[in-house]
Design a protein around this ligand. Structure first.
Ligand code: SAM
Length: 234
Protein backbone atom coordinates (compact mmCIF):
# COMPACT_ATOMS: atom_id res chain seq x y z
CA UNK A 1 0.00 0.00 0.00
CA UNK A 2 1.17 3.55 -0.63
CA UNK A 3 0.58 6.52 1.63
CA UNK A 4 -2.74 8.22 1.02
CA UNK A 5 -6.14 7.42 2.41
CA UNK A 6 -5.32 3.67 2.16
CA UNK A 7 -3.09 3.93 5.20
CA UNK A 8 -4.89 6.75 6.99
CA UNK A 9 -7.13 4.55 9.16
CA UNK A 10 -4.19 2.34 10.15
CA UNK A 11 -2.07 5.36 11.08
CA UNK A 12 -4.83 7.01 13.16
CA UNK A 13 -5.24 3.71 15.09
CA UNK A 14 -1.47 3.30 15.43
CA UNK A 15 -1.02 6.78 16.91
CA UNK A 16 -3.95 6.33 19.27
CA UNK A 17 -2.88 2.90 20.52
CA UNK A 18 0.90 3.20 20.91
CA UNK A 19 1.93 5.26 23.96
CA UNK A 20 5.58 5.16 22.77
CA UNK A 21 4.83 8.00 20.34
CA UNK A 22 3.97 10.43 23.09
CA UNK A 23 6.66 9.07 25.40
CA UNK A 24 9.61 9.07 22.98
CA UNK A 25 8.84 10.42 19.49
CA UNK A 26 7.13 13.68 20.46
CA UNK A 27 9.74 14.70 23.09
CA UNK A 28 12.60 13.98 20.67
CA UNK A 29 10.88 15.97 17.90
CA UNK A 30 10.33 18.94 20.22
CA UNK A 31 13.96 18.71 21.37
CA UNK A 32 15.45 18.78 17.88
CA UNK A 33 12.98 21.37 16.57
CA UNK A 34 13.59 23.72 19.51
CA UNK A 35 10.72 25.88 18.20
CA UNK A 36 10.30 29.28 19.87
CA UNK A 37 6.94 30.86 20.78
CA UNK A 38 5.49 32.83 17.91
CA UNK A 39 7.48 31.02 15.22
CA UNK A 40 5.71 29.71 12.10
CA UNK A 41 6.41 25.99 11.57
CA UNK A 42 5.67 23.69 8.64
CA UNK A 43 4.87 20.08 9.57
CA UNK A 44 5.89 17.97 6.56
CA UNK A 45 3.74 14.81 6.37
CA UNK A 46 1.71 15.98 9.36
CA UNK A 47 -0.50 12.87 9.64
CA UNK A 48 -3.51 13.47 11.88
CA UNK A 49 -1.82 16.50 13.49
CA UNK A 50 -0.05 15.08 16.52
CA UNK A 51 3.09 17.20 16.04
CA UNK A 52 1.02 20.25 15.09
CA UNK A 53 -0.71 19.99 18.49
CA UNK A 54 2.68 19.63 20.21
CA UNK A 55 4.11 22.64 18.33
CA UNK A 56 1.05 24.71 19.27
CA UNK A 57 1.46 23.71 22.92
CA UNK A 58 5.07 24.97 22.68
CA UNK A 59 3.74 28.35 21.51
CA UNK A 60 4.57 27.95 17.82
CA UNK A 61 2.15 28.47 14.95
CA UNK A 62 2.00 25.28 12.82
CA UNK A 63 0.84 24.65 9.27
CA UNK A 64 0.67 21.06 8.09
CA UNK A 65 0.75 19.25 4.78
CA UNK A 66 0.02 15.61 4.00
CA UNK A 67 -0.65 13.49 0.93
CA UNK A 68 -3.69 11.92 2.58
CA UNK A 69 -6.85 14.08 2.41
CA UNK A 70 -8.30 12.15 5.35
CA UNK A 71 -5.24 12.77 7.56
CA UNK A 72 -4.96 16.42 6.47
CA UNK A 73 -8.64 16.90 7.34
CA UNK A 74 -8.02 15.44 10.83
CA UNK A 75 -4.92 17.65 11.22
CA UNK A 76 -7.08 20.65 10.31
CA UNK A 77 -8.39 20.59 13.88
CA UNK A 78 -4.86 21.54 15.03
CA UNK A 79 -4.30 24.33 12.49
CA UNK A 80 -4.27 24.91 8.73
CA UNK A 81 -3.40 21.70 6.86
CA UNK A 82 -2.88 21.40 3.11
CA UNK A 83 -3.26 18.27 0.99
CA UNK A 84 -0.04 17.96 -1.01
CA UNK A 85 2.55 15.44 -2.12
CA UNK A 86 6.09 16.07 -0.92
CA UNK A 87 8.55 17.22 -2.11
CA UNK A 88 6.16 19.75 -3.72
CA UNK A 89 6.10 22.91 -1.60
CA UNK A 90 5.20 25.26 -4.47
CA UNK A 91 2.13 26.40 -2.52
CA UNK A 92 4.47 28.25 -0.10
CA UNK A 93 6.40 31.45 -0.86
CA UNK A 94 10.17 31.80 -0.29
CA UNK A 95 11.18 32.22 3.40
CA UNK A 96 7.57 31.53 4.45
CA UNK A 97 8.36 29.70 7.69
CA UNK A 98 10.85 29.80 10.58
CA UNK A 99 11.19 26.05 10.65
CA UNK A 100 10.12 22.79 9.00
CA UNK A 101 9.66 19.48 10.81
CA UNK A 102 9.30 15.97 9.39
CA UNK A 103 8.52 13.21 11.90
CA UNK A 104 8.63 9.57 10.72
CA UNK A 105 8.23 10.72 7.10
CA UNK A 106 11.66 10.64 5.42
CA UNK A 107 11.64 6.83 5.52
CA UNK A 108 8.69 6.90 3.08
CA UNK A 109 10.07 9.34 0.48
CA UNK A 110 11.98 7.84 -2.46
CA UNK A 111 14.11 10.91 -3.24
CA UNK A 112 15.19 13.26 -0.46
CA UNK A 113 17.25 15.73 -2.52
CA UNK A 114 14.18 17.62 -3.87
CA UNK A 115 12.72 17.79 -0.35
CA UNK A 116 15.93 19.23 1.13
CA UNK A 117 15.98 21.78 -1.73
CA UNK A 118 12.31 22.75 -1.35
CA UNK A 119 12.68 23.09 2.44
CA UNK A 120 15.76 25.32 1.96
CA UNK A 121 13.59 27.63 -0.18
CA UNK A 122 10.58 27.93 2.14
CA UNK A 123 12.52 28.10 5.44
CA UNK A 124 13.89 31.59 6.12
CA UNK A 125 17.66 32.21 6.26
CA UNK A 126 19.04 30.88 9.59
CA UNK A 127 15.77 28.92 10.04
CA UNK A 128 15.55 25.25 11.03
CA UNK A 129 14.93 21.89 9.41
CA UNK A 130 14.28 19.19 12.03
CA UNK A 131 13.58 15.52 11.41
CA UNK A 132 12.88 12.42 13.46
CA UNK A 133 13.14 9.07 11.77
CA UNK A 134 13.46 5.43 12.62
CA UNK A 135 17.17 4.97 13.21
CA UNK A 136 18.85 3.63 10.03
CA UNK A 137 20.01 0.64 12.08
CA UNK A 138 16.34 -0.42 12.28
CA UNK A 139 15.40 0.21 8.64
CA UNK A 140 18.35 -1.77 7.25
CA UNK A 141 17.02 -4.81 5.30
CA UNK A 142 17.74 -7.97 7.30
CA UNK A 143 18.40 -6.13 10.57
CA UNK A 144 16.86 -7.70 13.66
CA UNK A 145 17.47 -8.49 17.31
CA UNK A 146 19.33 -11.73 17.99
CA UNK A 147 19.66 -13.43 21.36
CA UNK A 148 23.10 -14.65 22.41
CA UNK A 149 22.44 -18.34 23.31
CA UNK A 150 25.25 -18.28 25.88
CA UNK A 151 23.91 -15.59 28.19
CA UNK A 152 20.56 -14.39 26.77
CA UNK A 153 21.94 -10.93 25.90
CA UNK A 154 20.00 -9.24 23.09
CA UNK A 155 22.35 -8.09 20.31
CA UNK A 156 21.57 -6.40 17.00
CA UNK A 157 22.19 -7.83 13.55
CA UNK A 158 22.98 -4.93 11.17
CA UNK A 159 21.65 -6.55 7.98
CA UNK A 160 22.58 -4.78 4.73
CA UNK A 161 23.16 -1.48 6.53
CA UNK A 162 25.73 -0.01 4.15
CA UNK A 163 23.46 -0.21 1.06
CA UNK A 164 20.33 1.79 0.34
CA UNK A 165 17.31 -0.55 0.35
CA UNK A 166 13.76 -1.04 1.52
CA UNK A 167 11.60 -3.27 3.68
CA UNK A 168 7.84 -3.85 3.76
CA UNK A 169 6.43 -3.68 7.30
CA UNK A 170 2.93 -4.83 8.31
CA UNK A 171 0.35 -2.00 8.32
CA UNK A 172 -3.26 -2.97 8.98
CA UNK A 173 -4.37 -5.49 6.36
CA UNK A 174 -1.40 -4.68 4.11
CA UNK A 175 2.10 -3.33 4.43
CA UNK A 176 3.99 -0.06 4.17
CA UNK A 177 7.41 0.43 2.58
CA UNK A 178 10.29 1.81 4.66
CA UNK A 179 13.25 3.11 2.67
CA UNK A 180 16.67 2.60 4.20
CA UNK A 181 19.58 5.05 3.86
CA UNK A 182 22.79 4.71 5.87
CA UNK A 183 23.31 7.60 8.31
CA UNK A 184 26.33 8.89 6.37
CA UNK A 185 24.32 9.05 3.13
CA UNK A 186 21.53 11.07 4.81
CA UNK A 187 23.89 13.60 6.43
CA UNK A 188 26.01 13.99 3.29
CA UNK A 189 22.92 14.57 1.13
CA UNK A 190 21.61 17.33 3.42
CA UNK A 191 25.05 18.99 3.58
CA UNK A 192 25.21 18.92 -0.22
CA UNK A 193 21.93 20.86 -0.35
CA UNK A 194 23.41 23.57 1.92
CA UNK A 195 21.93 22.47 5.29
CA UNK A 196 24.35 22.98 8.23
CA UNK A 197 24.21 20.20 10.81
CA UNK A 198 23.49 21.58 14.29
CA UNK A 199 22.45 18.50 16.31
CA UNK A 200 22.10 14.75 15.78
CA UNK A 201 20.47 12.81 18.62
CA UNK A 202 20.23 9.01 18.78
CA UNK A 203 17.68 7.61 21.21
CA UNK A 204 16.96 4.11 22.48
CA UNK A 205 13.94 2.52 24.11
CA UNK A 206 12.26 4.89 26.60
CA UNK A 207 11.92 4.08 30.32
CA UNK A 208 8.15 3.57 30.19
CA UNK A 209 8.38 1.32 27.11
CA UNK A 210 11.15 -0.74 28.72
CA UNK A 211 9.01 -1.09 31.85
CA UNK A 212 6.16 -2.58 29.81
CA UNK A 213 8.19 -4.93 27.58
CA UNK A 214 11.04 -7.10 28.95
CA UNK A 215 12.35 -7.84 25.43
CA UNK A 216 12.62 -4.12 24.69
CA UNK A 217 14.18 -3.55 28.12
CA UNK A 218 17.05 -5.80 26.98
CA UNK A 219 17.56 -3.54 23.92
CA UNK A 220 18.05 -0.29 25.83
CA UNK A 221 21.54 0.29 24.43
CA UNK A 222 20.38 -0.12 20.81
CA UNK A 223 19.46 3.13 18.99
CA UNK A 224 15.86 3.21 17.71
CA UNK A 225 15.23 6.84 16.78
CA UNK A 226 17.37 9.50 15.12
CA UNK A 227 16.64 13.22 15.49
CA UNK A 228 18.51 15.81 13.43
CA UNK A 229 18.47 19.61 13.42
CA UNK A 230 19.91 21.54 10.48
CA UNK A 231 20.25 25.29 10.00
CA UNK A 232 19.63 27.14 6.75
CA UNK A 233 22.60 29.37 5.86
CA UNK A 234 22.22 33.15 6.35
C1 SAM B 1 4.32 7.52 9.79
S1 SAM B 1 3.23 8.80 9.36
C2 SAM B 1 3.81 10.17 10.40
C3 SAM B 1 2.76 11.25 10.56
C4 SAM B 1 3.16 12.43 11.46
N1 SAM B 1 4.37 13.07 10.99
C5 SAM B 1 3.31 11.98 12.89
O1 SAM B 1 4.45 11.92 13.37
O2 SAM B 1 2.29 11.71 13.52
C6 SAM B 1 3.84 9.30 7.76
C7 SAM B 1 3.03 10.42 7.18
O3 SAM B 1 3.66 10.88 5.99
C8 SAM B 1 2.67 11.11 5.02
N2 SAM B 1 3.29 11.02 3.70
C9 SAM B 1 3.91 9.95 3.15
N3 SAM B 1 4.38 10.25 1.92
C10 SAM B 1 4.05 11.55 1.70
C11 SAM B 1 4.26 12.45 0.62
N4 SAM B 1 4.92 12.09 -0.50
N5 SAM B 1 3.80 13.71 0.74
C12 SAM B 1 3.13 14.12 1.86
N6 SAM B 1 2.90 13.31 2.90
C13 SAM B 1 3.37 12.04 2.84
C14 SAM B 1 1.63 10.05 5.29
O4 SAM B 1 0.36 10.33 4.72
C15 SAM B 1 1.62 10.04 6.80
O5 SAM B 1 0.74 10.97 7.34
Amino acid sequence: MTWGDDLAAWWIGEVASDPAYDETVVPLALEVAAARPGERWLDLGCGEGRMMRALSAAGADPVGCDVSPRLAAAAGRAGPAVVGRLPDLDWLTDDAVDGALAVLVLEHLPDLAPLFAAAARVVRPCGTLAVVLNHPLLTSPGSAPVVDPDDGEVLWRWGRYLEEGSTAEPAGAGSVEFLHRPLGALLTLAAGMGWRLEAAVERGVGDAQAGRDPLLAMQRDIPRLLGVRWRNPA
